[in-house]
Design a protein around this ligand. Structure first.
Ligand code: SF4
Ligand code: SF4
Length: 361
């Protein structure tokens, strides 16, 4: 089961923003037998029953780019379920891989959620350039109440507040729940696990992990939940000592200590790189690139200037900064190497966040 040879190939920021590795081929789907074979006889029919299932299966915690389904199931009116197949980070291929190899389970999981929240339809949010995924889901949609919506660009379109605005014209606060707008946003991993539970009677105790290492081709591996990251690297023959380990993407991920961090369900991408050279930033040259890049419509340079000018920040700055989604794009594009995203994050939260991966390149 799950064996197979893999063959892969904004209006805010025109032209697309894919700056990870070029489309890469993972040699195989990281196949493992995963579950018992006693499918559930009774399926949940409402949000409360689905909540219980999610708790029982321990499917809960997600990162800020993928709100936990458990938290969204509040029982309020739901108009749509959106399956978010936009890559959560520029280099990620997992939505594409799951669509290619686990489509039946995704369809099963999606229909389960749709039925439990009484949504009439499910919307598939798919980047326009992902023609294979669009084709696959387009074929499936003929037999289900699914609507395929191609979207321009990739990162950071996958962020809920950007996605719902692009997809449905809905405005939600940067880290508010999509359920506030009557939408359930489903990430493909949760959808897949629910589908596996229905079809095979259990959930996988491993996860497909995208591994990005300096000077090597990206890899897709299978790793067991609870396994230390150091063990995962050793098993994969990857040197991790004296490297920076970043979880869930180079743009907006978290630094981790591989010896002290274990694989949890919310970890999808692990990157290793040599510690970055310390680069001297220079003054803002007012090029405006950060303003053009910001998907939240902020003026990162202006916010940075305010932080530098005064010690006690006016409430208005913090309020404006609260719209930041921590995508890291402003830092990425800044030719003056200014630590914009970290500074704006500090402004937003009132505390300093050191060593944000996206800041140090
Ligand atoms: S990290 Fe920068 S580009 Fe991204 S939303 Fe925040 S201010 Fe805008
Ligand atoms: S991208 Fe950097 S240099 Fe350009 S306006 Fe923004 S802060 Fe200034």
């Amino acid at each position: 089961m799950f064996m197979g040879k893999m063959s892969l190939r904004s209006r805010y920021v025109p032209g697309g923003l894919y700056f990870g590795p070029p489309a890469w081929d993972a040699p195989v789907w990281p196949a493992r037998d995963i579950v018992e074979s006693s499918p559930p006889t009774l399926l949940p029919e409402n949000p409360e029953a689905l909540r219980e299932v999610l708790q029982r299966l321990n499917i809960g915690r997600q990162d800020t780019w993928a709100p936990a389904l458990l938290d969204q199931l509040r029982g309020g009116a739901v108009s749509d379920v959106v399956l978010n197949l936009v890559a959560p980070q520029p280099e990620s291929i997992l939505p594409r891989v799951l669509s290619e190899f686990e489509l039946p389970q995704l369809v099963t999981g999606l229909n389960l959620v749709r039925r439990c929240v009484s949504a009439n339809r499910a919307i598939l949010a798919i980047p326009r350039d992902e023609s294979e995924i669009r084709y696959q889901w387009g074929a499936v949609a003929k037999g289900h109440p699914f609507v395929v919506r191609p979207l321009i660009n990739r990162y950071p379109l996958g962020h809920p507040s950007i996605l719902l605005r692009s997809l449905l014209g809905l405005k939600i606060q940067p880290y508010a729940s999509p359920a506030d707008a009557g939408v359930i946003l489903l990430d493909p991993m949760t959808c897949w696990i629910l589908g596996c539970w229905i079809e095979f009677g259990g959930v996988p105790q491993w996860r497909p992990i995208e591994l990005f290492t300096h000077n090597a081709m990206p890899r897709l591996i299978a790793a067991n939940l609870g396994q230390p990251l150091s063990q995962i690297f050793s098993d994969a023959g990857i040197i991790y000592k004296e490297r920076q380990c970043i979880i869930n993407g180079m743009m907006a991920g978290e630094l981790a200590n591989p010896e002290q961090t274990v694989l949890e369900p919310w970890i999808r991408i692990i990157s290793l790189r040599p510690p970055p050279l310390v680069e001297q930033s220079v003054d803002c040259i007012r090029c405006g690139w950060c303003v053009n890049a910001c998907p939240a419509g902020l003026n990162p340079a202006g916010l940075m200037a305010q932080v530098r000018m005064i010690d006690s920040l006016p409430a208005i700055s913090a309020q404006e900064a609260s719209a930041c989604i921590d995508c890291g794009l402003c830092t990425y594009v800044c030719p003056s190497r200014l630590a914009l995203a970290t500074t704006i994050h500090s402004l937003k939260t009132g505390d300093a966040r050191a060593d944000t991966p996206g800041e140090a390149t």
